[in-house]
Design a protein around this ligand. Sequence first.
Ligand SMILES: CC(C)(COP(=O)(O)OP(=O)(O)OC[C@H]1O[C@@H](n2cnc3c(N)ncnc32)[C@H](O)[C@@H]1OP(=O)(O)O)[C@@H](O)C(=O)NCCC(=O)NCCS
Length: 164
Amino acid sequence: MTGVELRPMRWWDIPAVMGLETELFGDEAWTAEAFWSELASAPPSLTGADSRRYWVAGEGEADLLGYAGLSLGGDEAYVQTIGVARRAQRRGLGSLLMRQLLADARAAGERSCWLEVRADNTEAQAMYTGFGFVARGRRRGYYQPSGVDAIVMAADLQTGGSRR
Ligand SMILES: CC(C)(COP(=O)(O)OP(=O)(O)OC[C@H]1O[C@@H](n2cnc3c(N)ncnc32)[C@H](O)[C@@H]1OP(=O)(O)O)[C@@H](O)C(=O)NCCC(=O)NCCS
């Protein structure tokens, strides 16, 4: 997408992020407190296990179109969240955010990247597969209150796991 840039998520982005979060995830949305807590571990200078990388995508400061977050572990990174405003979907923004998260994971020396995705979320699964993620397991009734299963997916970052 032309004109769209990524920048680190800051606390003042949380109201706009919450707007998208509610639009995209409904009654399974994170709370603002959850984002505050994640951002407390997200300064770029903070490295090592349990640190976070959070990004927002937009055309300038005012128009926030997407966001994504990663946690760094010992050897494994974990995609905490990713979302793109419905009006901006299917224009490459999700891929832009995923590329950034995987670059962060590699820069931190992680060997693999993991995530959970709703079993009925075929759009997101297609995107993850395009980045080299493969299904590695299933968590029954993981998402609440819906009770939908989670598919656990992982990408090997050492063997050029992400194709995009
Ligand atoms: C998943 C999501 C982040 C993708 O964002 P996006 O900006 O639309 O993604 P992109 O335009 O970069 O598309 C990347 C790939 O995703 C897949 N994809 C995205 N939307 C799709 C759709 N409606 N149908 C089928 N595949 C789709 C395709 O493989 C696509 O690659 P292609 O365009 O080369 O075919 C977005 O759909 C979203 O925010 N969904 C709601 C929140 C969500 O489910 N988050 C993930 C939680 S695990």
